[in-house]
Write a protein that binds this ligand. Structure first.
Ligand code: ADP
Ligand code: MG
Length: 239
């Protein structure tokens, strides 16, 4: 367990706990090998990583599953987006061509999905294409957008599950999965849809989950869908 700027990190792996990587206190610490990522951060004008980003990035960049628990406005979106872009562009290495789509972000609401897609267009690199899929949006247009080829799907669980059941989307190539605002998705009753979606996503994927709270229901979800995760949180995990 390590404390940095009031950020705490725990390895939830029971035995042989892994060392928690040092936080990346500057953007360069995390992304200096990726000039295009550094360029996008520079354009945004950010001074330094937020505390949760500083602790989350080195963990996710190592390929370790992560749970980020912190209130709204702490910068959790880029905690998973930046390493996700790197995952899609630079892994797997070698001759194997990346399959599409490679990244899936599940969010509780259409508003959040659109917001994440906005960040995606702003910060992504390597010409990644993203499609946003949510209830209340033009279903035929979403299907057409998916057919054109996509790297990142940002979706609400209800609509994605609908498209999945109707064979309009292929999730078998997803290797980087995000459950954003997991507590809110559970509150909204999306667990059955999430379950069905995850049946199609590769079990050897990397998974990142964010939540503003850490109640039993979220812990249980994490236990079902994340593999030996580390958890980063602000202050305490009191429910
Ligand atoms: P959360 O998901 O934790 O609610 P967001 O990811 O939506 O938070 O980020 C909140 C705001 O902070 C966004 O406007 C985002 O652009 C901004 N932000 C993210 N990272 C940084 C940073 N390192 N420095 C300054 N602002 C940042
Ligand atoms: Mg968020």
């Amino acid at each position: 367990r390590k404390e940095n700027f009031n950020i705490m990190c725990d390895d939830l792996k029971e035995d042989e706990k892994r060392p928690v990587p040092n936080p990346t206190c500057t953007f360069g610490d995390a992304f200096q090998c990726y000039p295009e990522v550094m360029e996008n951060i520079k354009k945004a004008g950010f001074q330094k990583p937020t505390p949760i980003q500083a602790q989350a990035w080195p963990i996710v960049l190592q390929g370790i599953d992560l749970i980020g628990v912190a209130q709204t406005g702490t910068g959790k979106t880029l905690c998973y987006l930046m390493p996700g872009f790197i995952h899609l562009n630079f892994q797997p290495t070698g001759k194997e061509k990346r399959n599409r789509p490679g990244m899936l972000v599940l969010t509780p609401t259409r508003e959040l999905a659109l917001q994440v897609q906005g960040e995606c267009s702003k910060y992504s690199c390597g010409g990644l294409r993203s499609v946003c899929v949510y209830g209340g949006g033009d279903r035929d247009k979403q299907i057409e957008d998916l057919r054109k080829g996509v790297d990142v799907i940002i979706a609400t669980p209800g609509r994605l599950n609908d498209l999945q059941m109707n064979h309009c989307v292929n999730l078998k190539s997803i290797t980087y999965l995000v459950l954003d605002e997991a507590d809110k998705m559970l509150d909204m009753g999306f667990e059955p849809q999430i379950m069905k979606i995850l049946l199609d996503v590769r079990p050897d994927r990397q998974t990142v989950m964010t939540s503003a709270t850490w109640p039993y229901s979220v812990r249980r979800l994490a236990q079902s869908y994340l593999k030996e995760p580390m958890i980063v949180y602000v202050g305490t995990l009191d429910i």
